[in-house]
Design a protein around this ligand. Structure first.
Ligand code: MRU
Length: 337
């Protein structure tokens, strides 16, 4: 698989650092890049969804810490600013906690230059590890697809939102097994749901198009019918936060797909790196769900609800595809770091 772009790239060094991101608010109409020079730039990029997808939000937050320290902003202020951007994707908090731990542990933190260097190196490590984890998710996930393709000659996968390379540093989570299937020569076709109201399905269709993976775009409400008609072999989605009991928050509409999948005997998988598992969160009821503005839905002044995520109970999930293998949703302790 030839990935044309990385979602976040370094420019400069620890003292004069900036990162360049692919502006996802302009895709698929336009491939445009934005340079982040400051903590405020990084926080803005996450908040307005120039970067989006849990793993990429985490990597951007890590680089945001390095940018903030290069501006001599106190670490606590940097962390609080980034933590306030989006509430549901745990990778954000996970990356901030990891950056804080590393910076506070080091005896060098009192030396500004050394501290900047440490932050820059750790952000790079987080980004590189995300790419490696997602590649491993692809290798494990393709094992689900191989027997289906062997039996039917092709495999039909449905996904929701965008959990491809655009939503991560590289490779993607839910799309990683699909890219691995394509590389292995399997005949794979993807049902891409629109994902109202932000239409992240357009991003998925765009990146599948770039990769030459056959796919069909559909409105969200078509998912149940397609499963009823036997046109879907499995569903694979990403995750923004997985609670310790396996309940999974992902883009709103995921839960309805999981219900339809259960009704029609279609296996429903979640693909996510271990950094998306919140072992401190006991269950889905404790996951904060982001509420977004009415303008996104286009309803003007009438009463509205625009939850950006929903929660799929663990008992609807056939398995969580992680970089350490496919784990039953109720046995996540097996991959606890
Ligand atoms: O609001 P978004 O676009 O950031 O939501 C993204 C999703 O819900 C993804 O499915 C999830 O973060 C997994 S990305 C690998």
């Amino acid at each position: 698989m030839n990935y044309p772009l990385r979602t976040i790239q370094e420019d400069g060094d620890a003292a004069h650092c900036s990162v360049i991101i692919l502006d996802q608010t302009r895709l698929p109409r336009e491939t445009a890049f934005v340079r982040l020079n400051t903590l405020a730039d990084a926080a803005h990029a996450i908040r307005v969804m120039q970067v989006r997808g849990a793993p990429l939000i985490g990597a951007t937050a890590a680089y945001g810490v390095a940018l903030g320290l290069a501006e001599d902003i106190p670490l606590e202020t940097v962390v609080a600013t980034l933590a306030a951007t989006r509430p549901t994707a745990i990778n954000l908090r996970w990356a901030l906690d990891r950056m804080t731990r590393v910076l506070q542990k080091s005896a060098l933190v009192s030396v500004a230059n050394e501290r900047r260097e440490l932050a820059w190196q750790e952000a790079r490590a987080i980004a590189q590890e995300d790419a490696a984890a997602n590649a491993a998710i692809g290798r494990h996930g393709v094992e689900i697809l191989k027997p289906i393709a062997a039996q039917k000659g092709r495999v039909e996968v449905m996904t929701h939102c965008n959990a491809g390379w655009l939503a991560t540093v590289a490779h993607g989570t839910a799309l990683a097994p699909i890219y691995a299937a394509q590389a292995a020569g399997l005949v794979v076709h993807v049902w891409v749901s629109e994902t109202r109201p932000r239409n992240q399905g357009l991003l998925t269709a765009w990146e599948l198009d770039q990769a030459g993976v056959p796919h069909t775009f559909m409105v969200d409400n078509a998912a149940g019918l397609l499963m009823m008609q036997g046109r879907v072999d499995c569903v694979i989605v990403g995750a923004d936060r997985i609670a310790a009991n396996g309940d999974t928050a992902n883009k709103v509409g995921t839960y309805l797909k999981a219900l339809a999948a259960r009704a029609h005997g279609v296996p429903f998988y979640v693909a996510a790196p271990i950094s998306t598992i919140d072992f401190a969160c006991p269950d889905g009821a404790h996951i904060p769900i982001e509420e977004r503005a009415a303008e996104e839905v286009g309803v003007g002044s009438m009463a509205f609800a625009n939850p950006a995520f929903d929660v799929t109970p663990a008992n609807l999930i056939a398995g969580i595809i992680t970089e350490r293998g496919i784990v039953p949703a109720d046995q996540l302790a097996r991959v606890k770091p």
